[in-house]
Ligand binder design. Structure first.
Ligand code: 13P
Ligand code: SF4
Length: 306
C-alpha cells in the first residue's frame, strides 16, 4: 500500500469513529475502496445492511440509487454519497412521469421495479427487486401480468423463469451490453474447465451461454465452491478484485476488460475522506416520496434472497 493511501485510511478511520459512521461498499468499487469497507456486497446485501445498522452516518460507496435506498430505509440517518454525480445510466432511462403513462396502458399489471431506479420510480411501483431476487419477487405476486422496469434484460431473464406475462421497459446497462457472446465462445475453447458466470443484466445471447446467472454477491459465493477452479466472469470488472482476494489460487477471467462502470469508479479514497470531513454530499428523499418508495422496498425485503 502506498504511503498516501495509508495516511488517507487512518484519517478516514478516525473520522468514522468520531461520527459513528459505517462504510457500505458495492462489489464494483475500486479495490482500495473495497479494502476499507465495513461491509461489502450486492444491492440486496447493502439495503439489508442499511436497514439494520445502528450507525448514525452511512457512507455509501456505490451509485446514487443505492444511497437513496439507504435513505428511504433510514430517514433518521445521514446518508453520504462521496461523489454526488455517481449515477446509474440505466436508472435514468425511466422517469416517474413516463411510468405513470405506461401504467395507464396496463392497469391490471403489477409494477416491479429493479432497485436500479430513482426513489420517484420506486414510489410508483408495487414492489422492488434486485438481481438476487427478481424471479422470486415476481413469483411472489398474485398478478398474472407484470410491468417490469427499467432493465429489459433482467426482465427478459425473469420471463424465462415464470409463466407470468411480462411487459418490459426498454432500459439496459451500458456496461453489461459490452459483454459479448462471441468472446464467451472463444474463452470456452481457451478454458474448457472454467465455469461461465454472468450477471442477469447481460443480453439473452450471453445468458444463453452461461453456467450460472447470478448477482454480484451470488458470484462471490459461487466462486468459493471447491469445484470452481477457473471462472469466466460476465459483469463489471471491479468484482475481480474481491474474487481474487477471497480465492487465492483460483483463476478469474473477465469476458470484457471494457466492462467498466465509470460511475462506480468515480468514488476514491480522497472523496470518502472529504465526505466525512464535510458531512456532504448528503442524499435525502422527500417524506412524501419516501413513504411510498419504502412500501415497495419493504415488500422486497420481506421476500429476501432466492
Ligand atoms: P448487484 O445487485 O448484483 O450487485 O448489481 C448491481 C448493479 O448495478 C449491476 O450492474
Ligand atoms: Fe448502473 Fe450498469 Fe453501473 Fe450497475 S454497472 S450501476 S446497472 S450503469
Amino acid at each position: 500500500m502506498e504511503n498516501r493511501d495509508s495516511e488517507l485510511i487512518e484519517k478516514i478511520s478516525a473520522l468514522k469513529r468520531r461520527n459513528n459512521a459505517v462504510l457500505l461498499v458495492h462489489n464494483y468499487q475500486l479495490g482500495e475502496v473495497q479494502d476499507i469497507a465495513d461491509f461489502i456486497g450486492d444491492s440486496l446485501d447493502l439495503s439489508q445492511r442499511a436497514a439494520q445498522t445502528d450507525a448514525d452516518v452511512i457512507v455509501f460507496c456505490g451509485v446514487h440509487f443505492m444511497a437513496e435506498t439507504a435513505s428511504i430505509l433510514c430517514p433518521d440517518k445521514v446518508v453520504l454519497l462521496p461523489d454526488i454525480n455517481a449515477g446509474c445510466p440505466m436508472a435514468n432511462m425511466i422517469t416517474a412521469e413516463r411510468l405513470r403513462a405506461k401504467k395507464k396502458e396496463h392497469p391490471q399489471a403489477a409494477v416491479v421495479c429493479y432497485i436500479n431506479s430513482s426513489a420517484e420510480v420506486k414510489a410508483e411501483s408495487d414492489v422492488c427487486c434486485t438481481s438476487a431476487n427478481a424471479v422470486r419477487v415476481v413469483e411472489s405476486l398474485d398478478a398474472g401480468e407484470i410491468l417490469f422496469v427499467p432493465d429489459q434484460y433482467l426482465g427478459h431473464y425473469v420471463s424465462t423463469k415464470t409463466n407470468k406475462k411480462m411487459i418490459l421497459w426498454p432500459g439496459f446497462c451500458p456496461t453489461h451490453v459490452r459483454i459479448k457472446s462471441e468472446r464467451i465462445k472463444e474463452l470456452k475453447k481457451e478454458y474448457p474447465q472454467a465455469k461461465v458466470v454472468v450477471h442477469p443484466e447481460c443480453t439473452p445471447e450471453v445468458i444463453a451461454l452461461a453456467d450460472e446467472v447470478l448477482s454480484t454477491s451470488g458470484m462471490c459465493k459461487y466462486a468459493q465452491k471447491d469445484e470452481v477452479r477457473e471462472m469466466v466472469v460476465g459483469t463489471e470488472i471491479g468484482i475481480i478484485h474481491r474474487l481474487k482476494k477471497e480465492n487465492p489460487g483460483k483463476k478469474f477471467i473477465p469476458i470484457s476488460e471494457q466492462a467498466i462502470c465509470p460511475n462506480m469508479k468515480s468514488i476514491t479514497l480522497e472523496k470518502v475522506l472529504w465526505s466525512l470531513q464535510e458531512m456532504s454530499p448528503e442524499v435525502k428523499v422527500s417524506e412524501e416520496i419516501r413513504l411510498r418508495a419504502k412500501a415497495a422496498v419493504d415488500k422486497m425485503l420481506q421476500v429476501g434472497r432466492k
